[in-house]
Every structure is written in C-alpha cells, then in structure tokens.
Design a protein around this ligand. Structure first.
Ligand SMILES: Cc1cc2nc3c(=O)[nH]c(=O)nc-3n(C[C@H](O)[C@H](O)[C@H](O)COP(=O)(O)OP(=O)(O)OC[C@H]3O[C@@H](n4cnc5c(N)ncnc54)[C@H](O)[C@@H]3O)c2cc1C
Length: 185
C-alpha cells in the first residue's frame, strides 16, 4: 500500500512541504490539513478602502503587474513601543496606530503627504520571537523525535527562521526527512 504523509497547516511552510512531497520520484499520498477557510497563512492580500490592495503579512509577495506595483506601503509597529502603551493602560485605537505609522513614514522616508487609503490591523503574536535557549530546545525536540522513532517532522516559522524564504526551505527539508532522504541533498 502507498504511503500517506499528512501536512498540518497550509501556510507557506506546509505548502512548500506539500509541493516537495508531491514532486518526489515516488510521491506519497499528501493530505494537507488546514484549519481556516483559506490557504496561505500569513501571506494574505486584501482589498481595502478604494479597492486598494493591502498586504496583511509580508509585502514582498504581491500580485504581478499594475496591481502589485501599486500595492501600498506597509508600516509595522510594535515591540517595546506597544508594550509600554499596554502597560500604561492606553487606549489602542486605530487612529493612534495610523498617526504613529504616518509619523514613522514621514520621519524615516520623508513621506509627508497623508495616505489616500489606510488599513490598520492589530496582529498580536503574529511573528514568533525566539527566546534565549531556543536552539537548544529545538535540538532536544529533534533528538527526542528521532530517538523515539516518531513519524513527525517540524517545519515553519516557529522553528528555524521566520522569513518567507526560511519557511519555504524548512518545508523542503521537512518533506525530505518525511521521505527518508537527506535534507541537504
Ligand atoms: C505582518 C507580517 C509581516 C511580515 N513580513 C515579512 C516580510 O516582509 N518578509 C518575510 O520574509 N517574512 C515576513 N513575515 C513572516 C512570514 O510571512 C511568516 O513567518 C510566514 O508566512 C509563516 O509561514 P508558516 O507557514 O510557517 O506559518 P503560517 O503562515 O502561520 O501558517 C500556518 C497555517 O497553519 C494553520 N494551522 C495552525 N494550526 C492549525 C491546526 N491545529 N490545524 C490545522 N491548521 C492549522 C493556520 O491556519 C495557517 O494557515 C511577516 C509576517 C507578518 C505576520
């Protein structure tokens, strides 16, 4: 009977793993399990006010042609600035975020004109922040899986890099491990 590999999560990492599994010389049956109503995970374009295209995640991925060329500037705010506001109990309003983004665009890019279209989203915990000891924990988890011969392999932004290219590579390596081949071959 043919082998079946289940890929959990249809973000870019799971999609890359599925792609590489299905392109193997002797491909297994691939079952991609996605919990939401769409594939792509954090890579997501939406149409906002004025039919303008906004990227909710990485802006490096955008539609080809004129639509992509007009994709709007993404300003990401957060970190200690947001934590300080939260600690003070400040009201985290859309107006406050927009004002802060405009100030940053003006100060850092010289863009003084207010934007014609604006979409504000608060994504909490959207990019994994690796803490001290992350690599040791990952190594221990990987060794545990191998020593217990568990048919499970890890891929995605939570493990070895959050950038889209890291995620695609981690999906490729996970597919290779699931197929029992050397990830770096
Ligand atoms: C705002 C923002 C801007 C970014 N900008 C950049 C950038 O400019 N350049 C860059 O390289 N990277 C950028 N990144 C990082 C990059 O986009 C992400 O790290 C990457 O897309 C994560 O992909 P992933 O497949 O590992 O995880 P995700 O995209 O989180 O996908 C995981 C998928 O699994 C599904 N899922 C979760 N749990 C379950 C479950 N139990 N059962 C079934 N399905 C489940 C989720 O619904 C989701 O579809 C950005 C990220 C964000 C949030």
């Amino acid at each position: 009977m043919g082998r079946t590999v289940v890929v959990l999560g249809g973000g870019i990492s799971g999609l890359a793993a599925s792609y590489h599994l299905s392109r193997a010389p002797c491909p297994p049956k691939v079952v991609l399990v996605e919990g939401s109503e769409r594939l792509g995970g954090w890579i997501r374009s939406v149409r906002g006010p004025g039919d303008a295209v906004f990227e909710l995640g990485p802006r490096g991925i955008r539609p080809a042609g004129a639509v992509g060329a007009r994709t709007l500037l993404l300003v990401m705010l957060g970190g200690s600035w947001l934590q300080t506001l939260e600690a003070r109990g400040s009201v985290l309003s859309q107006e406050l975020f927009q004002q802060q983004a405009q100030q940053a665009a003006a100060a850092q890019l010289g863009l003084k004109e207010p934007p014609s279209h604006c979409l504000v989203h608060l994504h909490k915990n959207c990019i994994p922040q690796y803490t001290l000891g992350h690599w040791q924990k990952l190594e221990a988890a990987t060794q545990f899986l191998a020593s217990q011969r568990l048919p499970l392999t890890l891929a995605g932004a939570s493990y070895e890099g959050v950038a889209v290219n890291d995620c695609i590579e981690s999906g490729r390596q996970a597919a290779a491990r699931a197929l029992g081949s050397e990830p770096n071959s």
